[in-house]
Design a protein around this ligand. Sequence first.
Ligand SMILES: Nc1ncnc2c1ncn2[C@@H]1O[C@H](COP(=O)(O)OP(=O)(O)OP(=O)(O)O)[C@@H](O)[C@H]1O
Ligand SMILES: [Mg+2]
Length: 254
Amino acid sequence: MRARGEAEGASRAKSQFLASMSHELRTPLNAIIGFSEILERELFGQLGEERYRDYARLIHESGEHLLGVVNGILDMSKIEAGKFTIVREPFGVGALVESCCEIMRHTAETKGLTLTTEVAADLPELAADKRACKQMLLNVISNAVKFTETGGWVKVAASVENGNVVFAVSDNGIGIAEKDLPRLGNPFVQAASSYDRSYEGAGLGLSVVRGLAQLHGGSLELDSTLGQGTTVRIVLPLDAGEDPAASGARAAAA
Ligand SMILES: Nc1ncnc2c1ncn2[C@@H]1O[C@H](COP(=O)(O)OP(=O)(O)OP(=O)(O)O)[C@@H](O)[C@H]1O
Ligand SMILES: [Mg+2]
């Protein structure tokens, strides 16, 4: 009993530490990103030397990358500490899918990928945290785009199955080996197939998706074949009710 109390205390301390560290890191990062962008665009005058513009661009890109990692850590630590409160509001599922695909379309097309949507016509509104749903979809779509080679396709579908709204993002990309599947969705875990070919990323996206889905009383499901493609499903109950995960999080946050 005592050991368990100590372990929980340590885990809370870790989450607290990560949350405050992430906050401290974000403030200077915003200055780095903002000012390097001004330099890169030469808003107040020419830099003169080509290499200076390259360096400004690199600082800007690295800053954006680091901010993504820090945001992932912050979200994960909030979810683990039970401090991520979801706020439900009804919204149209189709419009959300379209807006997420709009955001990803440029990256997909630049990479030579076909990005399509398939949204059932008669979907009811979903009462969920809209920002969280957008983040879940963007994380999963950006994975599909990242892990699919030029010429491939990514399909984003939404439907209702057994009282759940199901977002299914499929691709014909590099796929995931069966032995790697069970571990994915835990922080910092990446599959060997992506690791070998060194794709960008910290391995946080899916764990954030899983945490946010669970806060809605839902789940994350992965189905993949190495070398053939992947389908990631986000399953969210339509009847929100008072799901235990969300009320637990509220109780812990209170
Ligand atoms: N569509 C996919 N196809 C192939 N592998 C995938 C796909 N989605 C996820 N993976 C595997 O799951 C791992 C974890 O995904 P996750 O989104 O958590 O991390 P990441 O994309 O590597 O980094 P981050 O999202 O933090 O930038 C990936 O590194 C990759 O190995
Ligand atoms: Mg990712």
